[in-house]
Write a protein that binds this ligand. Structure first.
Ligand code: 3PG
Length: 216
């Protein structure tokens, strides 16, 4: 039986909080991923902003099968190819340009493209993207933005990222069109560097508990 891979909308539905991870040392990747899974978080994004990021994604994919790992900060078609080759199961980009959109459409690979304005939502939807990253959300600024956009684009779903802390999350998850948020607070760089995986599991538990904040 052929089972279709999850869409980006499916993945957001699994993640009330999607950790955004900086990995400077690929050796840390598997223990960090295991710490997140232990805390109940199985969908997360590794930023392609460090030389270790692709190796980190490959290691997680091979050794942590419970996880669904994405590649963040995709800017061009070549980044999509590198991410897919590394084993990433979805991509995240801060915005959208045609070469990036074409690359993921050709591969039928899930992408969470970044938007802020109505025109950017229209451009993304013209490429059939309906799960969108609202960036930069900057604390609670994104709440009003989603309130406006969700009225105009009822099919769109928004995952805000950028400056979102735990105290902001309930306001976002109360919005019909916001199934989840992204944030780096679940995997602080200091805890990753120190190898404090128990503390990361504790933060992951806090992140996973936000599932109960979504409207029923
Ligand atoms: C990013 O893409 O860099 C993230 O949105 C960062 O979010 P943060 O403010 O939680 O680190």
């Amino acid at each position: 039986m052929h089972v279709s891979p999850p869409t980006m909308t499916d993945l957001l539905a699994r993640a009330p909080v999607m950790p955004i991870i900086w990995i400077h040392d690929a050796q840390r990747a598997v223990p960090v991923a295991r710490a997140l899974v232990e805390g109940g978080v199985t969908v997360f994004e590794v930023l392609l902003r460090t030389p270790a990021a692709l190796a980190a994604i490959t290691a997680i994919r091979r050794q942590v099968p419970e996880a669904t790992v994405g590649a963040g900060t995709l800017l061009r078609a070549a980044d999509v190819q590198s991410a897919v080759d590394a084993g990433a199961q979805f991509g995240v980009s801060p915005g959208l340009v045609p070469e990036l959109a074409q690359a993921v459409v050709d591969k039928q690979w899930p992408l969470l493209p970044g938007v802020w304005t109505a025109s950017e939502v229209m451009q993304a939807m013209a490429w059939s993207f309906e799960a969108l990253k609202l960036f930069p959300a900057n604390g609670l600024e994104g709440v009003k933005q989603i309130e406006h956009l969700q009225g105009v684009f009822p099919r769109a779903r928004f995952c805000p990222t950028g400056g979102i802390k735990p105290e902001h999350i309930e306001s976002y998850l109360a919005l019909r069109a916001c199934p989840g948020v992204g944030g780096s607070w679940v995997t602080p760089q200091a805890l990753v560097a120190a190898g404090d995986y128990a503390a990361i599991t504790a933060l992951a538990r806090r992140a996973a508990a936000f599932a109960t904040s979504r409207p029923q």
